[in-house]
Design a protein around this ligand. Structure first.
Ligand SMILES: Nc1ncnc2c1ncn2[C@@H]1O[C@H](COP(=O)(O)OP(=O)(O)OP(=O)(O)O)[C@@H](O)[C@H]1O
Ligand SMILES: [Mg+2]
Length: 229
């Protein structure tokens, strides 16, 4: 039997702008298997980030249901969602979203502090993940003292610190050059192939899409393609 990590049923997301209701996602049904690698493709404004937010417990749908690891998370409070995210989801964003005043190792360790991991242990883990992304010699650099690609690798290391069920990335190579993108790609490949993690990536980068097992195409808030490669 398939082991499903995330499932959506008839998910809709509306945004109210003044008197106008925007129907951004329409009737999204999808299943993401544990250990799978999914890429979400679609034009700007098609609803990719909105969908990613719903399946990574950042937001709740207007209608329909989202199940995460068998639990209905569609009507949880912000605190309850944050609890699930903190324990089970690792995030990588296009803009890196590192804390500027903290060093690389402190940035990576921070999400673990919210999970109660003791200081020594989380610094040890953070160093391990920084080494894994090839930044063992940059642990004490602040984001300003790192290149864009290095910052993104710090963000990838940070996404792993709480041993998440799923790593979600929104255009992880959108702000780095192609050579650096290649390095990020190698790391993502490793997370999937060697560590067996579930990966969901929104990207226009065909090199990442080539790695995916499933490609979900979204257009105007609807799934227009959902194919295993
Ligand atoms: N908080 C919000 N309030 C109102 N409208 C929103 C909000 N967030 C997104 N939208 C609208 O929803 C639509 C989908 O946005 P979304 O960010 O999901 O697109 P996207 O596919 O990720 O695009 P891109 O590739 O440019 O990142 C857009 O038209 C956007 O303007
Ligand atoms: Mg987006």
């Amino acid at each position: 039997m398939k082991d499903i990590l995330i499932k959506t049923e008839g998910v809709c997301k509306d945004y109210l702008l003044g008197k106008v209701t925007l129907h951004v996602l329409k009737n999204i049904d999808l299943e993401i298997e544990k250990g799978s690698f999914t890429v979400i493709l679609g034009q700007s404004g098609s609803g990719k980030s909105t969908l990613l937010n719903l399946i990574s417990a950042l937001d709740v749908p207007t209608k329909g249901r989202v199940f995460f690891d068998g639990k209905d998370i569609s009507s949880l409070s912000p605190d309850q969602l944050a609890d699930i995210r903190g324990k089970k989801v690792g995030f990588v964003f296009q803009q890196f979203n590192l804390l500027q005043q903290l060093t690389a190792i402190e940035n990576v360790a921070t999400p673990a502090s919210f999970q109660g991991m003791p200081y020594e242990k989380r610094m040890e883990e953070a160093e391990k993940f920084l080494k894994m992304v090839g930044l063992g010699d940059r642990v004490d650099h602040r984001p300003m003292e790192l290149s864009g690609g290095e910052q993104q690798r710090v963000a990838v290391a940070r996404s792993l610190i709480n041993d998440p069920e799923v790593v979600v990335a929104d255009e992880p190579t959108g702000n780095v050059d192609s050579k650096t993108g290649g390095k990020i790609l190698d790391i993502v490949k490793k997370l999937h192939k060697e560590q067996g993690r579930t990966i969901i990536v929104v990207t226009h980068d065909t090199n990442i899409a080539d790695l995916a097992e499933r490609i979900i195409n979204i257009k105007d808030g609807e799934i227009v393609g959902n194919n295993v490669r």
